[in-house]
Design a protein around this ligand. Sequence first.
Ligand SMILES: C[S@@+](CC[C@H](N)C(=O)[O-])C[C@H]1O[C@@H](n2cnc3c(N)ncnc32)[C@H](O)[C@@H]1O
Length: 175
Amino acid sequence: MICSTGVPLDAPILDVGGGASTLVDHLLDKGYRDVSVLDIAASAFTQAKARLGANATQVTWIESDVTQFEPSRSYAVWHDRAVFHFLTKAADRDRYLEVMRKSLRPQGHFLLSTFGPEGPTQCSGLPVQRYSVEMLNELLEPDFKLRACEIEEHRTPTGGRQEFLYSWWERLETS
Ligand SMILES: C[S@@+](CC[C@H](N)C(=O)[O-])C[C@H]1O[C@@H](n2cnc3c(N)ncnc32)[C@H](O)[C@@H]1O
């Protein structure tokens, strides 16, 4: 989906809750040159940095709770897989969306992957909020329009199955 947005290779991309995910490796491999990874747990970066070796210096690592993040620049892509659904309190969700809106450029892309309508109700012992695309639309209208979405059945390392909803929202020019 990040490639589908068509943003240029020098566009600023933020992976929220990227942790030790290998998404950053793939983005660098594809030639994206302005990638930032934000996570509340600095320990998650240790693994990613060790894996990336010298390439780790090409990435901006931001240790922050996303709901407290004060962006110093604006991003063309905000990517989140498996963070937003952990925010089960309305106040935290509202704050997240406020920070995302503050961080994203007009015509920027919000790529969100959450547990889908048939996804689990808990993950790692924590409660989660499941989402349908209609529920997300209510949170994101009127300044975002849905560009694409798909359901994916994710296989966990222990062999479990979790329904994910991947969605791509584009910020409208006027916002
Ligand atoms: C389930 S993992 C997902 C990791 C990665 N995005 C992926 O899809 O493989 C959730 C990540 O979000 C981070 N996280 C949880 N709450 C957060 C918050 N409030 N602000 C920033 N990061 C958070 C965790 O430390 C963890 O790295």
